[in-house]
Design a protein around this ligand. Structure first.
Ligand SMILES: [Zn+2]
Length: 166
């Protein structure tokens, strides 16, 4: 091999290495920015829900709204990337908590969350937060609907058991 060939070969090896690193870097960048976007959306929904609860409390002075706010403030909101779903998700499920009322602090959202508005996301957070406080499904539906109406809004989500609970 001539010196010229060695140099050309080295040049290409270097280029392949640089190109490979660039691809890894871009993949990492898109992964972290996708995560940040999900985080941002969850925080937007949390802020809306806390605002709804504050307005409900302002109008009705119901202490439940304070408890819900306190609980929601420290809840961990888990949102899957679009196309991915958590273990307990099915097409009917928008969100769930594990072992309601116990020491769990996470609210899991299913992939459907990518196809609803931030206001619906917020309403669902109020429903799930009441599960974190130990309320059962019917109670959670009632709390969700009451919070929305007490704050001067219309409920935006039709729950599966809605008819049997209200
Ligand atoms: Zn529920």
């Amino acid at each position: 091999m001539s010196g010229e060939e060695v140099r050309v070969r080295e040049f290409f090896t270097k280029m392949v290495t640089i190109f490979g690193r660039l691809i890894v870097f871009l993949l990492l960048l898109s992964f972290t920015s996708a995560k940040a976007e999900l985080r941002e959306r969850a925080e937007k929904a949390r802020a809306i829900a806390l605002n709804v609860l504050a307005e409900g409390y302002e109008r009705r002075a119901n202490d439940l709204y304070l408890k819900l706010s306190e609980r929601l403030t420290r809840a961990k909101i888990e949102v899957p990337e679009n196309g991915i779903d958590f273990k307990h998700c099915d097409p009917q499920t928008l969100a769930y908590v594990i072992a309601p009322g116990l020491s769990h602090n996470e609210i899991y959202f299913c992939n459907r969350v990518h196809y609803i508005t931030n206001a619906q996301f917020a309403e669902s957070l109020i429903h799930e937060t009441s599960h974190l406080l130990g309320y059962n499904e019917c109670e959670a539906i009632q709390i969700e609907v009451n919070t929305m109406t007490d704050s001067g809004r219309r409920p935006l989500i039709q729950n599966l058991d809605q008819e049997n609970c209200l």
